[in-house]
Design a protein around this ligand. Structure first.
Ligand SMILES: [Cu+2]
Length: 151
């Protein structure tokens, strides 16, 4: 490969990082692809801690848990949403921080992909599947987790 080709590749790499950074408002550090996604073993293995979402830990089957989801510039907030199996989950996305590519919120394993817009910002589902599920934008950024514990 000659020096012109190397220079061109270098420029492309820099441009891609710049676009990712501008687009999502943060540096790409995503590790979501490495999250174990199913079962109690996955939960234990991950050694997760719920440090940011302790608002309503006692929610029981059939009750609704409401979470306000925003983006702090590098990650979803709360970073972890933990509920018991059977909980009705209502995620209210914050359209003022979920912008650019971050406005599309995906919850892997639950087949959820929702564009958060003012007046149309609610994701609702029942947490039937136990495990840990990544919450990401379409570019795999956001590093959020949905943790569903067996009831
Ligand atoms: Cu993004």
């Amino acid at each position: 490969m000659n020096s012109t080709t190397k220079a061109a590749i270098g420029i492309i790499v820099v441009a891609v990082f710049a676009i990712l950074t501008l687009h999502c408002g943060g540096i790409v550090t995503g590790s979501a692809q490495n999250i174990p996604t199913t079962g109690a073993a996955a939960l234990q293995q991950s050694g997760y801690q719920n440090t940011t979402d302790t608002t309503n830990p006692g929610t029981e089957i059939g009750q609704t848990r409401t979470i306000k989801l925003s983006y702090d510039g590098s990650q979803y907030s709360p970073a972890e949403i933990r509920v018991k199996q059977g909980t009705k989950v209502r995620i209210e996305g914050d359209p003022t921080t979920l912008r650019g590519c971050m406005l599309v919120v995906n919850i892997g394993g639950y087949n959820i992909s929702k564009a958060i817009r003012s007046g149309d910002n609610v994701i609702e589902f029942t947490a039937e599947k136990v495990g840990m599920f990544p919450i990401n934008c379409n570019m795999g950024i956001g590093d959020g987790k949905l943790i569903v514990e067996s009831s």
